[in-house]
Write a protein that binds this ligand. Sequence first.
Ligand code: ATP
Length: 291
Amino acid sequence: AALIAQMLVDPVGIILRWYDELQVAQVSLARLVGVRDIEPDAGDGTLAPDGRHVHADRVHFGYLEGVDVLRKVSLEVAPGTRLALVGPSGAGKSTLGRLLAGIYGPREGRITLGGAELSRMSAERVRSHVALVNQEHHVFVGSLRDNLRLARTGATDAELWAALGAVDADGWSRGLDEGLDTEVGSGGFALTPAQAQQIALARLVLADPHTLVLDEATSLLDPRAARHLERSLARVLDGRTVIAIAHRLHTAHDADVIAVVENGRICELGSHDELVAADGAYAALWRSWHG
Ligand code: ATP
């Protein structure tokens, strides 16, 4: 009640104070989880990747002080490789994916891309090399053009249509009365979940990162839309390094390399056949998944 009364007499002041507290909270949270510095880099060229190898070197991470989620994880992913991260729920797969995509910085150890440390690159530079793909696609209030150009500011309309075509979204989008000027997001043209995901994929085509971290959470789409989108996604993944967080084992089966994550560590690494032959943790997971 006191807060409401204060808001009535001093709405701006209290919002500013909240804002201050939010800033403090943000800073301490950033320190807590080791969120990467998103300041632009000095632009001296030293942080530009020289190649496309993704390398995690003795990475240690936790969201909260004293709670380790990843412990001394080391991993090297050669360009063009498909790596699948598998393991029990809560093992740290998604967390490792977020670190490899530069969303969080390690508390100890290093993650490098072509020899350059991710946590020392500007957010923009990181995004031009590696992207996290998940079901959290965001469509903002604005035109379809604005939504796509988030991925590449200077893209021409022809490039935007080509990106929509590359993800099979040109059918419905060409039919929009106002084309790329059509307002989308809340209050605008109501996109279906599949269309919103196609926009997210078209953004990937425009940003053209060579490495993708794919968090394949269970799809909220109907089976037909899901299959359609899977085909588009397969084309977008083609030729890139893919680190897939496989919550279902069948998607890991075809990966070049499978890393089994257990309790914040990588405990096995190899192809499906190698790991089945080794008869360890992966073989046990595989058996349990296949009855
Ligand atoms: P799943 O297959 O169930 O998604 P996972 O192997 O991907 O599991 P993570 O999601 O990486 O596991 O979670 C690893 C641990 O980190 C879990 O104990 C989880 O509760 C914790 N965790 C994950 N995200 C956060 C977060 N944002 N803040 C605090 N703790 C988190």
